[in-house]
Ligand binder design. Structure first.
Ligand code: NAD
Ligand code: UDP
Length: 338
């Protein structure tokens, strides 16, 4: 069993990974500055798992504090979630993104080096593929970043790969997530987007709960089976399991790798709307509106490498994703007839 530090462990994907690692018998330490996560999450995790996870409240860029804190625990590996993740904001404030994501990662790696912690799992994104030539996308497809957020992900991937190549890190995993959705089936933890959601599933949930009157479907004239945008949605619990598998793989093997984390199944906007209606018996009103600038028509993963290397594959389908996303949303909103 390992002791794993999760930067951003209080956030959406980090909190689910905390629950899964704990269930698999690992000790979890959380490092988070609470800039994008609730103060209630630690207590929710405690009620969910029956365990209290130590929390280092710090910014990853604060090397002195982070280095001192890392000395307090026998950490075997780090999973690095902490980052800013809004594409639009990255284009509006490039320096903020370069500083938080790239400088922050360098500072974290320095602190790890000072404490001889030499294994890292990194949260990358399928956004590094930009407009792919085809789907399913394999890991050796060209990277074509289209915005500053994506560029920071690619720089961080390269940084981590270089440290592994030069022997500074013993183990490194770059995990390229496709579209994470859903919540823990207990509905005790989930995603809490601030303001109007940009992403499809949280928006659909808010239409279901009556917060928004209808969904705007951004374009129905794409070259896809029903004309709406196609993505590879992955249940956050499957994603969390993949992190546990990656960390366990790095602890057993000195190796560096980059893998896609997706289901391999392309789901259109209207497929998701219909799956949501079917799973939750709620009508989702929608209107077709013009395309959202910068959107790619279709992309989905080739997830075979992760299965081959880690013995991991996504198990939960779109209905489970819609069900768990809705139960979380409804419970938070005090809707009881779910
Ligand atoms: P999130 O915002 O819910 O979680 C990030 C956590 O990191 C938050 O708890 C936040 O308070 C913390 N944090 C941010 N900056 C910090 C800093 N400088 N120091 C310490 N803590 C800091 O995001 P998420 O959706 O859980 O995403 C986790 C990671 O996965 C991110 O790196 C993100 O870029 C990546 N990712 C997310 C998605 C997605 O759709 N959610 C897709 C692909 C990749
Ligand atoms: N989408 C939509 N209406 C919304 C939000 C998203 O039609 O309110 C579409 C979007 O055009 C894309 C898909 O849903 O085809 C997924 O969008 P999301 O922002 O969730 O993920 P991303 O585009 O970043 O992969």
């Amino acid at each position: 069993m390992a002791c794993v530090l999760l930067t951003g462990g209080n956030g959406y994907i980090g909190s689910h990974t905390t629950a899964v690692l704990s269930e698999r018998g690992h000790d979890v330490i959380i490092l988070d500055n609470f800039s994008n996560s609730g103060r209630d999450v630690p207590d929710r995790l405690r009620r969910l798992t029956g365990k209290t996870f130590p929390i280092i409240e710090a910014d990853i860029r604060d090397t002195a504090t982070v280095t001192a804190a890392l000395a307090e625990f026998p950490i075997d590996a780090v999973i690095h979630f902490a980052a800013l993740k809004a594409v639009g904001e990255s284009e509006a404030d490039p320096l903020l993104y370069y500083d938080m994501n790239i400088v922050g990662t360098i500072r974290l790696l320095e602190a790890m080096q000072a404490r001889n912690i030499r294994r890292i799992v990194f949260s990358s994104s399928a956004t590094v593929y930009g407009q792919p030539d085809f789907s399913p996308i394999p890991e050796d497809a060209p990277t074509r970043v289209q915005n500053i957020y994506g560029r920071t992900k690619l720089v961080m991937e390269n940084l981590i790969t270089d440290l592994a190549r030069t022997g500074k890190l013993l183990g490194a995993a770059n995990l390229r997530y496709f579209n994470p959705v859903g919540a823990h089936p207990s509905a005790m933890i989930g995603e809490t987007p601030a303001g109007v959601p940009n992403n499809l599933m949280p928006y659909v949930c808010q239409v279901a709960s009556g917060i928004r009157p209808f969904l705007q479907v951004f374009g129905s004239d794409y070259d896809t089976p029903d004309g709406t945008g196609v993505r590879d949605y992955i249940h956050v619990m499957d994603l969390a399991q993949a992190h546990a598998a990656a960390v366990e793989h790095l602890l057993a093997n000195d190796t560096a790798f980059t893998v896609n984390l997706g289901t391999g199944i392309g789901i259109s906007v209207l497929d998701l709307v219909h799956a949501f209606e079917h799973a939750n018996k709620r009508k989702i009103e929608y209107k077709i509106v013009p395309r959202r600038p910068g959107d790619v028509a279709s992309y989905f993963a080739n997830p075979e490498a992760a299965e081959k290397l880690l013995g991991w594959k996504a198990r939960l389908g779109i209905e489970e994703m819609c069900r768990d996303a809705w139960v979380w949303e409804a419970k938070r909103g005090g809707i009881n007839d779910v």
